[in-house]
Design a protein around this ligand. Structure first.
Ligand SMILES: [Zn+2]
Length: 512
């Protein structure tokens, strides 16, 4: 999940046949689970378990609170405790949880409902079969598409400054319905208006606006500080001029569980409509925002042009960010000096205190001598030896595993031969073959992992490093273009840490 879990709502429901002690035990277990994880919690117990959502006041309350964004998760004993086994109802509850973009947590598994496209819910055990859940998911997606075409917001948390309000009601035919609408949060409206005005007047870019908002202590849409990306996303969003779109992007989760857009789908696959919600910008304003953005982007950063000897290699020792090469103004002779600079600004717009330096012969002399001499510093050597020992252990292991693997493969061959010669019955053959095959499978995986491990730590041992330094020494002066110099450096250097104290510049070399 993207968000960190701090507050959860615990929902307890009595099943047919449960007596109160069951509910009490569940309560104990869930409270203990929340405490163990350091979460704050509120408990809601549904004692009278109505057939319908409308008759389950506690669940309605829980859904309301979830929508107001009060919780980062809903904690239940099992998914089937959310409903009385009615598929349609589960679909509706899941829909609300999905709008709030929070996970359903059980003591054994966490379900990320927003992950519906990847059928993450299909692992749910209990009352619902695979097919039933698949239907729920399909219905949700189709409902979202149809909703977007009608201009209904169907996409989880709406962009700043909108909020989504949902209600459960019974229609004329007695059918239960969940409906919702987008409203503008009045406090946030003022902030949005000033963001828009600042950008349209041309006085502030995305980044400058984010600095302004952070300095004003205005809370951002997420739990972090404002960033230029957040401001940009809000200003470019089409919802503010009335347009609702569903299915624009295809998502996948990265290893940390963060959502990543893999690609934008073809426009023909989008479901788009015009909403009834209050509009906060006109089409003209939207066009103007796009124009200003395109204009700003067309001014290329001079430093991006071309490769310099130090491109991509130098990091600021004070803030850890990569440094840039910046080209200065033209002097009287028409010459532009180049500078190595840390251009990092914190979220409030404060510049990193690191002072840059002009790219000069002297600087390159320092660089050259450090590249060829830094490895002689003792602690660096021991560090390198340590990691080369680690590799040695892995190499020994690899040889061992490969040995076992070939022994097992031979064993398997012998079993096959014996069976062919009629020494074994089919049953004996299968019984002997299976464990050997399992071992082979396991060993193959271990070999692959070890090979990967060894390949990953590509730290050179000292002999190899000395060879490379020799090569570097011989060729540095022959390199005529910045590109050649850059390539030479990259063949030996991983990072260069830059630090300046008054007039003294220190370049710390981290070898590959
Ligand atoms: Zn810095």
């Amino acid at each position: 999940m993207e968000r960190e879990i701090n507050n959860v709502v615990i929902y307890l429901r009595k099943s047919r046949g449960d007596d109160m002690t069951v509910l009490d035990n569940h309560k104990l277990e869930l409270v203990e689970y929340a405490n163990k994880n350091g979460w704050k919690y509120n408990v809601f117990e549904e004692v009278v378990s109505g057939e319908r959502l409308a008759n389950r006041p506690k669940m309605q309350k829980v859904l309301d609170l979830i929508e107001q964004g009060l919780y980062d998760g809903i904690l239940v004993m099992d998914i089937d405790r959310l409903t009385r086994g009615n598929m349609r109802e589960l679909g509706e509850i899941i829909e609300v949880i999905n709008y709030a973009n929070i996970p359903i947590i059980t003591p054994t598994k966490t379900y990320d409902v927003s992950d519906i496209g990847e059928n993450a819910l299909l692992g749910i055990k209990g009352t619902f079969s695979h097919m039933e859940l698949k239907k729920i998911i399909e219905r949700l997606i189709n409902g979202k598409k149809a909703g977007a075409k009608k201009g209904n917001w169907t996409n989880g948390t709406p962009p700043y400054p909108y909020e989504y309000i949902k209600k459960v009601s019974i229609d004329a035919k007695g059918k239960e319905q969940i409906w919702g609408k987008l409203v503008v949060n009045e406090e946030k409206r003022k902030v949005y208006e000033s963001i828009k005005d600042m950008y349209l007047s041309g006085t502030h870019g995305f980044e400058a606006i984010s600095f302004y908002l952070n300095n004003q202590n205005i809370s951002s849409p997420n739990s972090k500080l404002w960033s230029s990306n957040t401001v940009q996303r809000i200003l470019l969003h089409e919802l503010h001029m009335g347009i609702v779109t569903y299915g624009k992007n295809e998502w996948r989760k990265d290893r940390e569980g963060r959502k990543k857009v893999i690609k934008q789908r073809d426009k023909s696959e989008w479901s788009t409509g015009v909403g009834e919600h209050e509009k906060l910008k006109t089409e003209d304003e939207h066009k103007k925002i796009l124009e200003i953005m395109n204009r700003n982007q067309k001014i290329p950063r001079k430093s991006r042009k071309g490769t310099f000897a130090l491109s991509g290699l130098v990091y600021c020792k004070k803030c850890g960010k990569r440094m840039r090469i910046v080209i200065g103004k033209e002097d009287k002779r028409g010459y532009r000096a180049k500078y190595l600079q840390c251009t990092y600004k914190d979220p409030y717009g404060n510049k990193c205190v690191q002072r840059g330096v002009k790219l000069s012969e002297e600087l390159f002399d320092v660089l050259y001598s450090n590249v060829i001499n830094n490895y002689l510093i003792d602690d660096k050597l021991t560090e390198m030896e340590k990691s080369s020992k680690e590799i040695d252990v892995n190499k020994v292991l690899l040889i061992q595993k490969k040995n076992y693997l070939s022994k097992n493969e031979k064993k398997l061959e012998r079993i096959m031969e014996a069976y062919e010669k009629g020494v074994y019955t089919l049953e004996q053959f299968l019984n002997r073959k299976e464990p050997v095959e399992k071992d082979i499978e396991k060993l193959k995986n271990e070999v692959i992992n070890l090979e990967e491990e060894i390949g990953k730590i590509r730290i050179l041992n000292t002999d190899e490093l000395e060879d490379r330094i020799k090569y570097f020494k011989n060729n540095w002066n022959k390199a005529t273009t910045p590109k050649e110099q850059n390539d030479l450096l990259k063949a030996i250097v991983n990072k260069i840490y830059y630090n300046r104290q008054d007039d003294e510049v220190d370049l710390e070399i981290i070898y590959l």
